[in-house]
Design a protein around this ligand. Structure first.
Ligand SMILES: [Zn+2]
Length: 150
């Protein structure tokens, strides 16, 4: 059988579909949460104040609540745009590959961490290197302190 595929990179369509499903699920989840929150913020907003049923203390509590809700909404909408970006990268064949070694990042890992930049092995290596750096940095600080003390 002759292959009609033009691309030189062998794209695993199953994996591609699965990754798209993961990202689209996340997108749907985020946008429905956002819609719910927008509704909620409107619900605790100006209407209560207009009716004069909220005293000053309650108003400030609901202000804080509203601030938190808005902050959460901002975080979610940022995540949502990252999901959209990831979907764009997926279509371009640039999503789901390790930044360090170029290998495919496992679907299980991407499901848990949709914005993972490294495969598990590279991430672990990096964490170990970071821990090592911290260890030496701390030792360096201790040495410096001892220097000063002596
Ligand atoms: Zn890697």
């Amino acid at each position: 059988m002759k292959s009609t595929r033009k691309s030189t990179r062998i794209i695993n369509t199953d994996r591609h579909d699965e990754l798209r499903r993961i990202l689209e699920e996340r997108r749907q989840e985020l946008s429905s949460e956002l819609r719910r929150q927008i509704h909620h913020v409107r619900a605790i907003g100006p209407a209560d104040l207009a009716q004069g049923v909220v005293d000053a203390e309650e108003a400030s509590v609901s202000d804080i609540q509203e601030d938190i809700e808005i902050a959460l909404m901002q975080m979610k909408s940022e995540t949502l745009s990252r999901v959209n970006e990831a979907l764009g990268r997926l279509e371009a064949g640039r999503y789901g590959f390790c930044y360090e070694c170029g290998d495919e990042i496992s679907e299980a890992r991407l499901r848990a961490l949709p914005f993972a930049l490294r495969c598990k092995d590279c991430e672990e290596e990096r964490e170990q290197a970071e821990a090592r750096d911290k260890f030496y940095a701390r030792r360096g600080t201790t040495a410096a302190i001892l220097d000063i003390a002596s």
